[in-house]
Design a protein around this ligand. Structure first.
Ligand code: ISL
Ligand code: CA
Length: 554
């Protein structure tokens, strides 16, 4: 059976600091703002907070471009603020994990400033350079548009950047680079953080032959970028030299990694990472930046494959959103007025009764929704800038077409400020303008209203988290989809010893009948419909639109 670990029993909450809470009225969220809201997070029952990058950065990609790994971003506060955040989190019996962004740094990091200065600079080999005489080294593309190679003026050579030009890729084949990374990890672990979310960690090893991507590979370069020859050697080295010396948890962001490859990262015996974020589920309705239809049966099959892949010796995460995804209620539920609350609660029920550590993204607990973008100029995201250059400026795609897809897929949906109350700018800031516009629905959707209403989405999360914490079967129990072919219902069981629980969710806006005999006399542990009785009287259960129940069979 599964070995017991605190991070398997934990429920995690992601904070995107720029958009969480602004304490000093400059329109940008900050660390003192987070500290003010810690009771809100703790009261929900959260165990672990994942903080998106809080380091010194010129913000080409909102902090995912780090200039100094040992300094706090000015806009967010000081190191003293960070230390206070950490101790306030611990006082509330929670832990903090931080973002480790070491596939690349900022081009303003002193390592790169030196590296680019000359071919014989001692730090030249910290990054990946190719002779400029023969033109662009290969056809690798950047996630933020154009080529992944940039010609640098000082020497005329090209450097590699999988993301923006201002995010040059570090050269992990250089022993000194790995030692530098391990040092900065120890710096934060010694301060008392409990681990890391590791940004695009599968990309750290490069195939230095740099073969061109094929036509097919060009559609999803992440698959190639995630398959460098020394990746697992590096993760094992990092584990041995750093992670194994601390009581910490790790979760690798794993774009480009299939369900079947997941155990290579998380199988206990391999001593690499504890968990990864596998993107198979959130990408089901994506074709690059384009949106496409997703079937419930495909989503369920993906969850089942992920679960089977990790088996008894590995561990998954369960997440429906993050700062790179549209809002979960739009993405997987139904954000229209009639169904928003019900479907947000249904998704919560799914996440918190699945096998794997749940990660809730800020605002998900309020059922926050996508932003109604009406023009490409309203986006802030560097990814959108790249898409405009690659597709709109070249005439390949119309503005309307791109806008239509971005209204479903853009990363900026998740980055609009938290909605705290019904006051101006949702109480996020006292500035006239937040750094990114607040969703106009803040008067109806905000934390103050949610906390005051026992039946809110927030309180549904709180109840589900309490149920999970009190029920070992919901953490360590086996997982089985009991109706994999059903296009409306997601029903699964969790079994541990004698304990058996069943989650049944109606993923549609129509009532559906579930007539498996298993439910007769079952106890209803939780439902998102207030009218639901404490037991299921007969062999039939008619689920109301988006109803979600957790049952203990008689
Ligand atoms: O967000 C994506 C698609 O919309 C992904 O391609 C994303 O860029 C990829 O998952 C990597 O994400 C991480 O690294 C990026 C950063 O921009 C993201 O915010 C971060 O989560 C570069 O550091
Ligand atoms: Ca601020």
């Amino acid at each position: 059976g599964q070995t017991k670990r605190w991070w398997k029993e934990a429920v995690a909450y992601q904070i995107y600091p720029r958009s969480f809470a602004d304490s000093n009225g400059d329109g940008i969220g900050d660390i003192p703002g987070i500290i003010e809201k810690l009771d809100y997070i703790a009261d929900m029952g959260i165990d672990v907070i994942w903080l998106s990058p809080h380091f010194d950065s010129p913000n080409a990609d909102n902090g995912y471009d780090i200039r100094d790994y040992r300094k706090v971003m000015n806009e967010f506060g000081t190191m003293a603020d960070f230390d206070r955040l950490l101790s306030e989190i611990k006082q509330r019996n929670m832990r903090l994990i931080i973002d480790l962004v070491v596939n690349h740094s900022s081009d303003e990091h002193e390592w790169f400033v030196e590296s680019r200065a000359s071919r014989d600079n001692p730090k030249r080999d910290y990054y990946i350079w190719r002779n400029g005489a023969k033109g662009v080294p290969n056809n690798f593309t950047s996630f933020f548009g154009g080529s992944a190679w940039e010609k640098d003026e000082a020497t005329g050579d090209y450097y590699l950047h999988y993301f923006a030009k201002k995010q040059p890729d570090l050269n992990w084949d250089n022993d000194e680079v790995r030692a530098e990374v391990y040092d900065l990890m120890r710096f934060w672990l010694d301060k008392g953080v409990s681990g890391f979310r590791m940004d695009v960690i599968p990309f750290i090893s490069k195939n230095f032959d740099f073969p061109d991507l094929s036509e097919d590979e060009l559609k999803d370069p992440a698959v190639v970028y995630a398959s460098g020859p020394r990746l697992h050697e590096y993760l094992q080295d990092m584990n041995r030299k750093v992670l194994s010396h601390y009581d910490c948890m790790t979760v690798g962001e794993a774009a480009g990694v299939s369900e079947a490859q997941t155990p290579l990262f998380v199988d206990e015996a391999r001593k690499e990472l504890d968990m990864i974020f596998n993107f198979a589920v959130v990408m089901l309705d994506r074709d690059g930046w384009r949106w496409k239809e997703r079937r419930l049966t495909d989503m369920k099959a993906t969850f089942a494959r992920l679960d089977q892949a990790v088996g008894e010796t590995g561990w998954n995460t369960v997440f429906l959103g993050n700062h790179d995804q549209p809002r979960a209620v739009n993405h997987f539920g139904d954000a229209r007025l009639a169904f928003r609350e019900l479907s947000a609660k249904a998704l919560a029920t799914m996440m918190l009764t699945m096998r794997g550590t749940p990660f809730i993204y800020q605002g998900e607990e309020l059922g926050m929704t996508n932003f109604p973008f009406t023009s490409l100029d309203q986006f802030d995201d560097i990814e959108v800038r790249g898409l405009r250059e690659d597709f709109v400026a070249t005439g390949k795609v119309s503005e309307e077409d791109l806008l239509w897809h971005l209204n479903k897929t853009s990363r900026d949906h998740a980055r609009t400020p938290m909605q705290w109350d019904e006051s101006e700018n949702g109480g996020f800031t006292t500035a006239e303008n937040a750094w990114l516009a607040v969703n106009p629905n803040y008067k109806d959707i905000n934390a103050k209203a949610a906390c005051a209403d026992e039946n809110s989405i927030y309180h549904h999360y709180r109840k589900l988290i309490a149920l999970r914490h009190a029920t070992p079967a919901l953490v360590y129990g086996s997982y089985r989809d009991i109706a994999p072919e059903d296009e409306q219902i997601f029903a699964f069981e969790r079994v541990l010893g004698d304990e058996r629980l069943i989650t049944i969710i109606n993923f549609s806006g129509e009532p559906v009948m579930w007539d498996e005999k298993t439910v007769e006399g079952a106890e209803v542990l939780i439902s998102n419909d207030q009218r639901r009785d404490k037991t299921i009287p007969g062999v039939e259960l008619t689920l109301l639109p988006w109803e979600a129940v957790v049952l203990r069979p008689a």
